[in-house]
Design a protein around this ligand. Structure first.
Ligand SMILES: [Zn+2]
Length: 230
């Protein structure tokens, strides 16, 4: 145990130069969203097999297939596949609000939440093992599909949120919508994983990004590269 803690505290990026492929904005966003409790990188090192648990609408099942397709184009390793068998990422679409609420209460989550994940990772290696995604039946249309993608980002290991406001869609951040027209434009466009989250996922699954890396160490690497943290 003592040996493990010693090794763990030493987790660093061996050669952080690859970070320069990313813009300062990308790296700052990643510093917000790439680390969940307890402020360490968690990721998958095995094929991510996505299944739908129980029944769901044809639209929801088509949307899950679309998300799996998007994710499989974003990261090369590990593979992301859809399976009819029980996957290690299971998506639940409770069809009544009381059912959704009772699962949420059992997880001890707040009242504002319309979707959530229940992740299992190894406490010692920080590798993701299994995730359950739950989506509220109250979510409709584009918002439903965007929240589905938000939860998938959590499921892949983007465990945090960004409290900052952005002018472009960031699934794990807040959107500054300057006008009614832009709100309508967004509403009429299909939900896809936005560019900012594509880059955050790519950064997470860079071979050089070590599982278990602490947020504070990541920020120290950025400072070494001369990147100003806000
Ligand atoms: Zn979230």
């Amino acid at each position: 145990m003592i040996l493990y803690l010693f090794i763990d505290s030493q987790t660093r990026i061996d050669s952080p130069l690859f970070l320069k492929k990313y813009s300062q904005e990308d790296l700052l966003y990643y510093a917000d969203v790439g680390f969940g409790y307890p402020n360490k990188i968690k990721k998958w090192d095995q094929t991510i097999r996505v299944s739908i648990a129980g029944s769901c609408s044809r639209q929801d099942s088509a949307e899950v297939a679309k998300v799996v397709d998007e994710l499989s184009r974003i990261i090369a390793f590990p593979k992301v596949v859809l399976t009819k068998e029980e996957g290690n990422v299971q998506v639940h679409f409770p069809d009544s609000e009381p059912e959704f609420e009772s699962i949420k209460t059992a997880e001890g989550l707040g009242v504002e939440v319309r979707g959530f994940v229940d992740p299992t990772s190894s406490l010692f290696t920080n590798k993701m093992k299994q995730v359950k995604i739950y989506l509220s039946p109250l979510l409709k249309n584009r918002k439903r599909n965007a929240v589905l993608r938000h939860e998938f980002c959590h499921a892949l290991g983007l465990s945090g949120h960004s409290k900052r406001y952005y002018y472009e869609e960031h699934l794990m951040g807040r959107l500054n919508i300057p006008s009614l027209e832009s709100a309508e434009l967004l509403d009429s466009s299909p939900a896809v994983i936005p560019a900012a989250d594509v880059r955050a996922l790519q950064l997470l699954y860079e071979r050089e990004m070590p599982t278990g890396l602490k947020r504070s160490t990541f920020k120290a690497h950025l400072a070494e590269l001369g990147i100003q943290l806000q």
